[in-house]
Design a protein around this ligand. Structure first.
Ligand code: GLU
Length: 371
């Protein structure tokens, strides 16, 4: 099988701390030079690339003269804030040698859970790519410490893959690969390919990572599952292989190739399906349930019999059938107070009841996803 990166036009590359530092002691200029060179090569091959890179804490420790990694979270966050400067400066000068401009983008998972911020991040990244600039992304460690605690830039890289609808996610690691059993207990084989989201892969990846890269294989396998939601394939490749990125892009299958098989949800719907928090519920009568699930229609106020929760226009709500089973999620066009006044009413009566009308639908089909 050829590498899943072979046909990819837009690629997210994730490198962990251990691949940009000397065993966590400080930034490794040679390593950064190599990554910049390989990404420049991808650009020359006509591919777009986004880099998700850790390494800020290690760089900060070096700048601050700290010999040992502190334990306190606030000290780690401070080191990351100092080190992010060094990391980005070094990338900037490495990419300059290839006449490429870089940009710094610091994100948190929460940023991508908020619809407005999600849209802002998306248009910024798309604009940067359009300008030929290489976005260099890290977690915003000052306000979120997920990566510090869980080694979770793998998840962030997958969210970015969804955000910009990339074709492939390349997770580079210092680990040997994904085994179909425990290599310490006998004949385990390296996994060469699989289906992103296959629960068997999660079972194989159950272990934890090294002291420097906390991510382990499990977060990588789960990241592949998440990336597959927007149709992106994932490869978990060794960052110790020479020229790994251009070789992957030329089709060489290095590391497990995790193929996205599910039909993709449009980005907006995917974002909706990901929303863990809904602000309220709408109970639908049988006619409205049928309109949504069978006929693919929007939700009109006439089909809603009950409203719970407090929400504003534009917030996520859950649609329930009469037995209170969730059938859909969507972004609502009217607040909970307004919805209570227009429920069971035909759309032509909205204006009479509210004194104005924003939209005839309570939830437009484009803002609705069946669950
Ligand atoms: N985002 C952090 C960094 O770039 C976390 C990595 C770590 O925990 O070492 O350094």
């Amino acid at each position: 099988m050829a590498s899943v990166v072979a046909g990819a036009k837009r690629i997210v590359v994730k490198v962990g701390s251990s691949l940009v530092t000397n065993e966590g002691r400080g930034l490794d200029p040679e390593a950064l030079t190599r990554w910049a060179g390989q990404i420049a090569e991808l650009r020359r091959m006509g591919r777009e690339a986004v880099l998700v890179s850790s390494g800020a804490i290690a760089a900060g420790m070096q700048r601050l003269g700290w010999k040992r990694r502190p334990h306190a979270l606030h000290e780690l966050q401070a080191a990351a804030a100092v080190g992010q400067m060094g990391l980005i400066q070094m990338y900037e000068s490495c990419f300059r040698q290839h006449d490429l401009l870089t940009s710094q983008v610091l994100l948190t998972h929460e940023d991508l859970a908020d619809r407005k911020r999600y849209l802002n991040a998306r248009s910024t990244l798309r604009t940067l790519l359009g300008l030929g600039v290489i976005p260099i992304i890290n977690e915003n460690d000052t306000v979120a410490a997920d990566e510090i605690r869980f080694g979770d830039n793998d998840t962030l890289a997958a969210l970015v893959t969804n955000l910009i609808e990339a074709d492939a996610l390349v997770i580079l690691t210092d680990q040997e690969g994904l085994f179909d059993g425990d290599p310490r207990r006998g004949a385990a084989r390296l996994v060469a390919e699989g289906r992103a989201g296959d629960p068997a892969l999660e079972a194989m990846a159950g272990g934890t990572g090294s002291a420097i890269a906390l991510g382990g294989m499990l977060t990588k396998v789960l990241a592949a599952k998440r990336a597959a939601r927007s149709g992106a394939h994932t490869v978990i490749a060794s960052g110790r292989e020479n020229d790994v990125l251009p070789r992957l892009a030329r089709g060489e299958p290095i590391g497990p190739q995790l193929v996205a098989e599910r039909a993709t949800l449009a980005a907006r719907k995917q974002w909706l399906a990901d929303q863990l928090q809904v602000r309220g519920t709408l109970t639908l009568d049988a006619g409205a349930v049928k309109a949504l699930t069978v006929q693919g229609k929007s939700l009109l106020p006439i089909g809603v019999s009950e409203v719970t929760g407090e929400f504003d226009r534009g917030e996520a709500v859950s649609c329930l059938d009469e037995s209170r089973r969730e059938i859909a999620r969507g972004l609502v066009n009217y607040s909970s107070a307004e919805t209570r006044r227009i429920l069971r009413a035909p759309s032509s009566e909205i204006e009479a009841r509210l004194g104005y009308v924003d939209e005839p639908e309570l939830i437009h089909r484009d803002n609705l996803v069946l669950v």
